[in-house]
Design a protein around this ligand. Structure first.
Ligand code: FMN
Length: 200
């Protein structure tokens, strides 16, 4: 466990480039290429092994676009109830917690990864993985927020399958603590998704 912790701290220390800023612009998402759709659907699967290798900004941008980017008419890559677009996506990456603003294609730093990792890391592999997404939404009578998160994590899982990244959707977290660390008002954490490269 200590070895893992040291490995993560070293990985984080090696990546100060984006961690020091309040908000960062992401590269434009790549809108072409990847595996053909039916191959990606068939390749999608859960994996729980992650190397500490960094997710580079281009992949991060592509992942977030797949989850919650703007693709058409000011609307998202996933359908949302009445197009109200009531969801937020946070990325725990490079030592920070960042909220994705898909309209501006930027990440806004909202906190420190070390504050939320204890709430997320009920499974040890989360400590090794370079990226965890957190989907948040407003509770409602129809549970639309779960549907939105499900669409988003499936898009991300398909991107991962196409790109050779591992991913696992994760509900085994401390929801109360995660809500508190994110400082959510009127929203709740719905589900998380941990992503990273396999060991080569
Ligand atoms: C809503 C949801 C929550 C999940 N929570 C966890 C989790 O907390 N930890 C975990 O290891 N896997 C979790 N999984 C992954 C499932 O165990 C996995 O999808 C299932 O075993 C089927 O495997 P497959 O994704 O490879 O088809 C979750 C999946 C979903 C859809």
């Amino acid at each position: 466990m200590l070895k893992k912790f040291v490995a993560i701290m070293l990985a984080v220390a090696a990546l100060p480039a984006i961690a020091a800023e309040e908000s960062i612009s992401l590269p434009e998402p790549e809108l072409q290429g990847g595996k053909p759709l039916m191959e990606a659907i068939t390749a999608r699967k859960t994996s729980r092994e992650f190397s500490a290798k960094r997710i580079e900004p281009q992949d991060l941008s592509n992942i977030l676009y797949a989850a919650w980017g703007i693709s058409h008419d000011d609307k998202r890559t996933i359908p949302t109830a009445r197009n109200l677009q009531k969801m937020n996506v946070y990325a725990v990456v490079d030592g920070g917690i960042w909220r994705y603003d898909g309209k501006q294609n930027i990440l806004i730093r909202t906190g420190e990864a070390e504050d939320i990792i204890p709430a997320l890391a009920k499974q040890d592999f989360v400590l090794e993985a370079p990226l965890t997404l957190i989907f948040t939404g407003e509770p409602d009578d129809h549970d639309y927020m779960a549907m939105h998160a499900g669409s988003a994590y499936q898009n991300v899982a398909l991107y991962c399958a196409s790109r050779g990244l591992n991913n696992v959707v994760r509900g085994l977290i401390d929801y109360e603590k995660a809500d508190e660390v994110l400082g959510l008002e009127g929203e709740k954490v719905i589900i998380t998704q941990t992503i990273g490269w396999p060991y080569m």
